[in-house]
Unconditional design. Sequence first.
Length: 540
Amino acid sequence: MKKMFFRTALAVVAVAAVLLAGCKSEDDFRRERAENAMKHFEMARFKHPSDGKVMTLRECIGLAQKNNLELKVQQLEQQVAREQKTAEMLGMLPELNIKNTFTARNNDAASSSKKVAASGLTYGYSTSTDRNVNVFSTELALSTLDFGLAFFNTVQANDRELMKAQRVRRTSQNLTLDVIKSYFKVAAAQRAIKITRKLLDDCRGRYVLIEKLSKSRAITPFRAFDETRQFVDMEKRLTNYIRNYENSCVELRALMGMDPSGKITVDESCLGREPKMEFPDLTLLEQIALLERPELYEADMRKHINVVECRKELVKMLPSARVFVDFTNNNNSYLYHASWYSIGINAAYNLLKLPQHIANYMAYDSMADAEEAKAYSMGIGIMAQVRMSHFNLLSVKERYAIDSRVYNTYSKNLKWAMANRKVTGGLSRLELDHMRLETAEKEIERIVSLSNIYVAYFQMLNAIGVSKIDVDSLDVLKGELENARVRAEAELARAEVEYNTKIARPAASVKNTEQEKKIFDLVNQPLTTLGNADYITIGL
């Protein structure tokens, strides 16, 4: 008895030690956080491009797609969803239960019996069971309800995996756009630094020159103060590009999953020429966006998940049947048969659960309708994004045309002044420095406008949900959209009839006043596009 008590206490202590080993205190988490901080810091320092290497846009996007941590998290979540789908598929397997039971008694399991009609014992005590009995059994069972639910769970797990894939795709698209924005910020800042650094060095003596002109009374003190203020303001604006360069480098390196410290040099040759862009019809771009945007795929998959939930509730309304076959071996020497197998079926139906399943079915059906409405609302928003991106591209192109025209004017005037005007006096040199600095500022504004064109172009591709649109891909998308239109003709006709009967106002109640006609013509006038070409081209 003492030995048994000692063994039981030892087992309890062992279990308690195992459970307590999984508990952590605040100090434990702090030490772990410190170790992870050092490890992550050193790992980030390992990932950096070689010093002096000029990074192209394609290389920056490739490094970001490879090293960006947010994208890696999305990919890991997709892998988790894939494993969960496999687990749900394995849930459709039948049960296989193997059991071995050994019992030992300190005395015989004896029993007696009694007459029913008359009093008295039939015979003395007897036993039909050995003191030590071992029973081995194997059971194979299949529950129709569990199988059906596991099947629909597998379908839902597959939808969730596809949703994660679409989320990874959208994260990759947004990451590409963020890299492009940071890349052109760095490129524009690099070009601005090259323009301003030498110019600022050449004009460092302007403050001394203004002081000399003021002392010699060539200019009034008020003029000297105004000239100094203008030069200071100009120098602040030009040197601000150096600070923007540092911030842009940090942002770009962070997007590529690298140590934010340090500089990076990018290829800025694309800022030396205006890109050639030709777009198809804006209506076609909206249709492509409704076809390609990953968010809409996610909405459709969420709707399908709710539809499958409705089917699961229908399965739960059916009776639960459990089919089983088992084999049993018993070493009891008193038994006539030591081994046997049995086949059976067990059916049950919980009638009081039926109202709950009906209510759940109605709830999931409403959720499916809500997801469909969300998808439609999201589609309208995506169409608006495409149009806004299109108008933004038109705006930045117009701004670039203005900045180019202004810069060309300033540049011609500067060249004419330097070629046809002999700089002899200090005042003339001061005015020439003003022209040089203002011309440099206008050139930088033109470069920034040009970089904004590139960014607006890729932002429009991001709004559409594609990485590029060329002749081949556009033909494929057009064909897919036309096939979808043919398949949806009946539904479109039904929607048109519903619109005409329920939403549109009766013709008799419409008052076609002159003001309403003007508003109608204004709203329905055709939109201006960049062109009617069949594809989009851009050269980097």
